[in-house]
Design a binder for this molecule. Structure first.
Ligand SMILES: Nc1ncnc2c1ncn2[C@@H]1O[C@H](COP(=O)(O)OP(=O)(O)OP(=O)(O)O)[C@@H](O)[C@H]1O
Ligand SMILES: [Mg+2]
Length: 446
């Protein structure tokens, strides 16, 4: 209010009363006029003082608003007002600090969430994408958000409003790399989204889906591997009961084949059981100390007959004293057995198999910690490069016919890989078609 109006409000009534008294002859002219003048002057002074205090109060409130201390309060306002203003300033500053902390906490939770999280406005514009979303999709985020399944889930979420259940969608995105994502989309009333927006969490499920497919493939493969010898057994039983019932030479021949097939089923079941036992213990590293040289020599002794049969020249220079390593002797025996078995089966007839065991040079191809390296190297036909990454998959064979013909189940290297994992070791497979193969296992020393 302008000071003149304020002065008129304060002094108007008494001045009017004095003028009325003078006009009705109830007061002498000079004293009445003097009194009216004094009252008017007093009103002006009060108005100026009042306006000054208002300006000072506005300045104090301005400082509080800006988060600064309240500063000096005019003494005329009194101690109580000054105290309250100080309190207001302290509370406002504490609240601002709390809001700031909460905002930063929320920001860092959203930012550090391991799954990609995206906030979209009502118009589906991206308002926020956390670090995981930026890292996962980068410039391809818009393309991912255009995926028909995801768009449909966003539409459903927006239509349902903020109280509705989350909408999910499974999508395969080809960019930036092919991935399988599970999207959970929830509508939210967020000031950030400027009204109702949506929150989309896109979790990468590629690994889980791959594991699911592997499990399904594993069951299918295992059944198939068992069914082949079983079908052959059923066939021979029918032949023995029927056409060969009175043919002892044929019976002897068929029984021989049946024994072989039964033996193959037995091996397969042994390998499957052994694989599942190793998988169960894979997370517990072995605690016994094993002399690996002794293990290798035991396996070599057991293979003398096969080595002789294949006409293979074995090149094995036993190392001088080597430290023992933490391990499971039976499992390490299985590793040596499977790798040597492969070298004999798939290596060259009358070829050379070189077996080495030595302390690993830390760094380079092996971990920087001390360890031992056991290698089996053959000079056979080798393995084309494209097969190498898949050799340790269950039932994976380069040449299925050849593997079956030599009694292979396709589980040997899968078993080796799991045992090496349990020992926290490293399995390295090197080969080139035509120039032999080398399989090396690094084991950490105690
Ligand atoms: N030294 C090698 N040289 C050439 N190919 C090899 C060699 N070792 C393994 N392979 C290839 O890798 C495949 C997988 O080997 P793996 O030991 O897992 O199974 P397998 O030998 O067929 O059967 P199993 O070991 O269970 O009796 C083999 O079928 C073979 O094709
Ligand atoms: Mg094998």
């Amino acid at each position: 209010m302008p000071p003149a109006r304020l002065a008129a409000v304060i002094a108007g009534v008494p001045v009017a009363a004095l003028v009325l008294l003078w006009a009705t002859g109830n007061a002498a002219a000079v004293p009445a006029l003097l009194a009216a003048l004094l009252v008017a002057l007093w009103g002006c002074r009060l108005a100026v003082a009042w306006m000054g205090e208002q300006r000072a109060l506005a300045a104090v409130l301005g400082r509080i608003n800006a988060g600064a201390p309240s500063g000096a309060v005019p003494p005329s306002m009194g101690r109580e007002v000054a105290n309250e203003l100080q309190l207001l300033a302290d509370t406002a500053r504490a609240r601002a600090a709390l809001v700031d902390r909460l905002l930063r906490a929320e920001e860092s939770i959203v930012e550090r969430l391991p799954d990609p999280l995206i906030v979209l406005g009502q118009d589906r514009a991206v308002l926020r994408a956390n670090a995981a979303a930026r890292a996962a999709f980068g410039a391809d985020l818009a393309a991912v958000l255009r995926h028909p399944q995801l768009r449909a889930a966003i539409d459903r979420a927006l239509a349902g409003g903020s109280g509705a259940a989350p909408q999910s969608a499974d999508l395969r995105v080809p960019v930036p790399i092919p991935r399988e994502l599970q999207a959970m989309v929830v509508a939210l009333d967020s000031p950030l989204a400027g009204g109702t927006g949506v929150l989309a969490v896109l979790s990468d499920r590629s690994r889980e889906r791959a594991v699911e497919r592997m499990r399904a493939d594993f069951v299918a493969n295992a059944s198939h591997e068992l069914r082949t010898p079983l079908a052959s057994l059923i066939g021979f039983i029918a032949t023995l009961r029927g056409p060969a019932a009175d043919d002892p030479p044929a019976q002897a021949k068929f029984l021989g084949i049946m024994a072989e097939q039964a033996e193959r089923m037995n091996r397969l079941i042994d390998d499957l059981l052994s694989l599942s036992r190793i998988e169960i213990t894979e997370h517990q590293p072995p605690s016994d100390q094993v002399d690996v040289r002794g293990v290798v020599e035991r396996v070599l002794a057991g293979l003398q007959l096969s080595i002789a049969k294949r006409g293979v020249r074995l090149n094995w220079a036993p190392p001088a004293a080597l430290p023992s390593v933490p391990g499971d002797a039976d499992q390490l025996e299985q590793v040596a057995q499977n790798l040597l078995d492969n070298a004999l089966k798939y290596g060259r007839q009358d070829g050379v198999v070189r077996v080495t065991l030595e302390a690993a040079e830390p760094g380079g191809r092996w971990p920087a910690r001390p360890g031992l390296v056991f290698s089996v190297c053959d000079d056979g036909a080798g393995i084309p490069k494209q097969h190498l990454p898949r050799l340790t998959e269950r039932f994976y064979r380069v040449d299925t016919g050849r593997s079956r013909a030599v009694g292979g189940t396709g589980l040997g290297l899968a078993i080796v890989k799991h045992i090496v994992n349990r020992h926290r070791g490293v399995l390295l497979m090197e080969s080139e078609a035509g120039s032999g193969s080398t399989f090396s296992v690094w084991l950490p020393a105690a």
